[in-house]
Each structure stands twice: as structure tokens, then as C-alpha cells.
Write a protein that binds this ligand. Structure first.
Ligand code: TXA
Ligand code: MG
Length: 316
């Protein structure tokens, strides 16, 4: 175990909050993925997040809050936003709202936008850190920009190494896939990134949700190649070819030596939990990975979104 991983005991959480107060970064477990957190009001601290992740500075960050009341410090909350918060906070829903004029925020957080993305995580450790810190932390997923998101403390250590003084470990992330991002700056909700909360769940509360046209990058998760392993992915594969690792789904027979199955019983929620973690493992063993077809429904929509982006070739 890396020496910057600490089991998230009350003492470790207290220490983590001290680090945040001193403008340092910490890695925090949330129910979606592990986040790389720093004081959202401290410009240098936020700058360090971009540096450590090698994240392009035009990609704004999500800030994390304890509840709606804390969100009010940073954003103007519309009736539509309030309705979604009441239904899904705390939980895996990020809302993009108009940034409050008087908000004390590092300008780097919003990358020059007049809107701000806010999430209220449900995971007890993230909540405890936020309550004790008593202000928002900015936190992208705790991985080098463009690579696979971390669902275990060890993934963070492998990706970012000693650059993070403290990684709080609360075991594997519960849902394993990032939050759903909804833009509520207009009258109708707009889906910016499919995620753990399904579109059907959002529509039940907020009515028809349109999907962002995606022709300009407003969320880096919308960049064509993202969430990518170094191996080359082949999607909708029923059987692996020679030299390919295989990521199965459902009752698939395979002769592959390492048969990672996202969910042998065909459960999409279980598949989401395992997705990044199995890709991390296959990526260390194979240059080529074949992935079984995943049904395009419920959280399967978000899984396919990540797989498609991970499979996109970079133009060199
Ligand atoms: O589940 C999650 O959301 C995790 C955990 C750590 O909370 N965080 C996460 O952060 O996935 P990150 O940085 O990997 O993705 C944040 C996404 C990016 O696609 C970013 O462009 C988008 O949020 N975003 C942030 N502010 C925005 C804004 N004002 N308007 C539109 N998109 C925004
Ligand atoms: Mg990310």
C-alpha cells in the first residue's frame, strides 16, 4: 500500500480537513468515483489541481457542498434546480447553475464561465470532510486528465502518485461511474453528461430533458477521447481475438484466459460498479481489449458513453 493512502478514520478525516485549510490537495472517496479535492476559494490550491492532473484550463471543475444551503453561497438556485436537489441530493447529480456574483470562488474553478457545476455527494466520508471544512471543495475525478477514473484508493495512488499528500480510503466507490450532469440554467433541463443517475429518473422529476448538442466542449467528459485506458478498445465484441483481453457482460461463454465479466447476471448497476476497475486491471495486462455489447438502457447509457469515448482513437 502506498504511504499516502490512509483509511478514512475520524482522525484521518480531521487531518485531511487541515490539509484543505492549508491549501493542499487530498483525494476523497465519493459514491461515484474518487475526487481530487482542494479549497474552491483558494486560487493556488485550485491551480494545483489542474497542474497535477495536467488538465486543460478551459475545463471547469465541479464544486462539492454539504447541502442546498451551502450551494446558495455559490449559485442562484432556480425552482427547477431546487426540485432536482430535493429529489436527488445528496447523490450522484451535478447541477450547472448561474454562478452567484458575490461568490467567493477561485476564478479557475469555472474557467471563465458564468455558470458553476455543483454536486452534493452522499458518501459519508465526503460529507464529513465537507461539514468540517465548512466550505466547498473543487474536485475533479482523481486521475490524470483523459485517463480512466479511479474507483479505488489504489487507482489514485497509481495515477497521481506522491503528488497528493493524502488519499482517504473508504473502499471501492459504490456506483463506480461519475455523476450525471444536468444544466438547469434555462427553463428546461439539459443533459451534459450521462452518469449514475439515469435520464429516466431525472425526467420523472423534471420533465423532458434535452441532450446537449455537444458541438462545443462545455464538459471535458464530452471530449471525444476521454476516460481512456492505454489499451485499444474494440466494442460490441462477442468473443475476444488472439492477444485481446475480454470484458464481458451477461452470460457469455469465452475461452479468454482472463475473463472479466462486468456482470454475469446482466445487471447494469453491477456493471457500472465494475467498469473502471476491470478496465484498470485489463489495461495493465493487455494492449487490446474487446468489450461485449452493453444494453443501451438505464445506467447502460452512461456505460456506453464512457466506452465509446475510451475507444476513440487520438489523432497523433
Ligand atoms: O462524480 C463526479 O462528478 C466526480 C466526483 C469526484 O464528484 N467528479 C467528476 O469531475 O467527474 P470531472 O472534473 O472529472 O468532471 C466534471 C465535469 C467536466 O466534464 C466539466 O467540464 C463539467 O463537469 N463542468 C464543470 N463545470 C461546468 C460548467 N459550469 N458548465 C458545464 N460543464 C461543467
Ligand atoms: Mg474526470
Amino acid at each position: 500500500m502506498s504511504d499516502n493512502i490512509f483509511i478514512a478514520t475520524p482522525e484521518a478525516i480531521e487531518q485531511a480537513v487541515e490539509l484543505l485549510k492549508n491549501g493542499e490537495m487530498i483525494a476523497v472517496p465519493t459514491e461515484t468515483v474518487y475526487g481530487l479535492a482542494a479549497d474552491a476559494e483558494n486560487n493556488q490550491a485550485v491551480a494545483n489541481i489542474y497542474a497535477v492532473k495536467q488538465r486543460p484550463q478551459f475545463n471547469p471543475l465541479i464544486i462539492h457542498v454539504t447541502d442546498r444551503q451551502m450551494a446558495e453561497r455559490y449559485a442562484y438556485i432556480s425552482t427547477l434546480a431546487a426540485k432536482l436537489m430535493d429529489a436527488f441530493w445528496p447523490g450522484p447529480l451535478t447541477l450547472v447553475m448561474p454562478r452567484r456574483d458575490t461568490a467567493s470562488l477561485s476564478p479557475l474553478v469555472t474557467a471563465g464561465l458564468t455558470s458553476i457545476a455543483i454536486r452534493c455527494p452522499a458518501a459519508p466520508v465526503a460529507q464529513a470532510v465537507l461539514r468540517q471544512f465548512d466550505r466547498a471543495f473543487a474536485a475533479p475525478s482523481a486521475n490524470p486528465s483523459g485517463q480512466l477514473s479511479p474507483t479505488h484508493a489504489a487507482h489514485v495512488a497509481a495515477g497521481l502518485g506522491a503528488a497528493v499528500p493524502m488519499i482517504l480510503d473508504a473502499g471501492p466507490s459504490q456506483s463506480g461511474l461519475e455523476s450525471t450532469i444536468i444544466d438547469v440554467t434555462g427553463e428546461r433541463p439539459v443533459l451534459l453528461r450521462p452518469g449514475t443517475l439515469t435520464i429516466d429518473q431525472v425526467e420523472e422529476v423534471a420533465g423532458i430533458t434535452s441532450v446537449s448538442a455537444g458541438n462545443k466542449i462545455i464538459a471535458p467528459g464530452m471530449m471525444s477521447r476521454h476516460y481512456a485506458p492505454s489499451a485499444k478498445l474494440r466494442l460490441n465484441a462477442l468473443t475476444p481475438r488472439a492477444r485481446e483481453g475480454f470484458l464481458g457482460f451477461g452470460p457469455i461463454e469465452t475461452t479468454a484466459p482472463d475473463n472479466f465479466n462486468l456482470s454475469p447476471s446482466g445487471d447494469l448497476v453491477e456493471a457500472a460498479v465494475n467498469l473502471f476497475s476491470y478496465l484498470h486491471r485489463l489495461d495493465t495486462q493487455y494492449d487490446f481489449i474487446a468489450v461485449a455489447p452493453i444494453p443501451q438502457q438505464g445506467i447502460g447509457i452512461a456505460i456506453n458513453d464512457r466506452l465509446k469515448r475510451a475507444a476513440t482513437l487520438i489523432d497523433k
